[in-house]
Design a protein around this ligand. Structure first.
Ligand code: ZN
Length: 170
């Protein structure tokens, strides 16, 4: 195993252990859900599109390590990108995982290159990406919160409400 392979292994482990941008995004204006029944993976993607730019993006879901780590990496790569750039990144990612050919220089997307040897896992690796692209195609959802004008205040309940991601650090 080369040092680079080792590094890529770490990327997947790290994103699986500490997923980035995980949880619902209250300010999202686009949302889409992906489901991979062959493995049992679920992934919802929430994003806020401002003009043509992804101002913010999160995912929520459960499933195998590949699906969750891939969705996590995806959010870090798509934040701040335009719709066209997002599609180009997905093409790049899809190319890597379907051929197993990684670029020479380090690229987090290439951490999933090994997936090409396991065609069934390609769906795991692309689940979050497909959900994100679906979300970009969606019509804007004006009222995800199904509330009136006051989305800033979640209904107080007896249960303690902790903000998603507020304590990502452990
Ligand atoms: Zn899976």
């Amino acid at each position: 195993m080369s040092d680079l392979d080792d590094l890529y292994q770490q990327v997947i482990l790290d994103h699986n252990r500490r997923p980035r941008n995980r949880g619902k995004l209250p300010t999202a204006n686009r949302v889409a859900h992906g489901d991979n029944p062959s493995c049992g993976d679920q992934c919802s993607v929430f994003l806020r599109l401002e003009g043509d730019r992804i101002a913010d993006i999160t995912f929520d879901g459960e499933g195998c390590a590949i699906s969750q780590a891939s969705a996590s990496v995806m959010t870090t790569r798509l934040k701040g990108k335009s719709t066209a750039e997002a599609r180009a990144l997905f093409d790049e990612f899809h190319q890597i995982i379907s051929t197993g050919k990684a670029p020479d220089e380090f690229n987090e997307l290439a951490a999933f290159a090994g997936v090409h040897a396991y065609p069934a896992r390609i769906k795991c690796a692309t689940l979050g990406w497909h959900a994100a692209l679906d979300a970009l195609r969606e019509r804007p959802t004006s009222n995800i919160q199904h509330s009136t004008s006051n989305v800033e205040h979640p209904t107080p309940s007896s249960a303690k409400v902790t903000k998603d991601g507020a304590n990502a650090e452990s």
